[in-house]
Design a protein around this ligand. Structure first.
Ligand SMILES: CC(C)(COP(=O)(O)OP(=O)(O)OC[C@H]1O[C@@H](n2cnc3c(N)ncnc32)[C@H](O)[C@@H]1OP(=O)(O)O)[C@@H](O)C(=O)NCCC(=O)NCCS
Length: 156
């Protein structure tokens, strides 16, 4: 199969009151859902077939978005296996009410598996790596995938 370039998927969310917790900042579970959704579309665009979240390898919260903040969410496939993809998601947050600069709020790694119509793992193209940045991300993705494999082996 021919190697394929990954697209960068971008989406925007605005933190509304119903997305917040009792600290008036964004509820973490909502952030996870938004990141998972962006990952899903990045996986679909790469695989050309629906995929499922197999695991979330890590999700760091480095900033606390507040109600009214605008979130810029980008997702891209950074590593591929036979049917699996590691998606990196970065979230930048902007306090638009106070005209602040964007800050990095979250980074997460999501493992997706492409599926056939029968729900079986589906073979995907290998990821095309052309730039130093893509090579750097591919190495991170390989570590993420290895962690997932080791964790599965330990817990099974
Ligand atoms: C993910 C799933 C398709 C894997 O099916 P499986 O029969 O265990 O698949 P296999 O063991 O043959 O592995 C297939 C691929 O999935 C990967 N994989 C399976 N479980 C994984 C996990 N927990 N984390 C990361 N990768 C995983 C394997 O490494 C393998 O990758 P490769 O093809 O690139 O080598 C299956 O467990 C599933 O459908 N889970 C439910 C997913 C779901 O509903 N998600 C939404 C939750 S709300």
């Amino acid at each position: 199969m021919q190697p394929k370039k990954a697209e960068v998927i971008s989406t925007i969310e605005i933190v509304f009151p119903e997305d917040s917790n009792h600290f008036h900042s964004l509820f973490g579970g909502r952030m996870l859902a938004w990141m998972d959704k962006a990952s899903y579309y990045a996986a679909f665009r790469f695989a050309g077939t629906p995929a499922v979240t197999a695991s979330v390898e890590s999700l760091d919260f480095t900033h606390s978005p507040k109600v009214g903040d605008v979130l810029d969410i980008t997702a891209r496939v950074i590593h591929t296996g036979r049917s699996s993809m590691v998606i990196r998601v970065d979230v930048y947050c902007q306090d638009v009410a106070h005209k602040k600069e964007k800050v990095l709020s979250n980074t997460g790694y999501f493992n997706f598996v492409a599926l056939t119509e029968e729900g079986k793992p589906f073979e995907i193209p290998p990821l095309l790596i052309e730039t130093d940045e893509e090579r750097r991300l591919f190495k991170i993705g390989a570590m993420v995938k290895q962690q997932a494999n080791e964790r599965r082996a330990k817990h099974s």
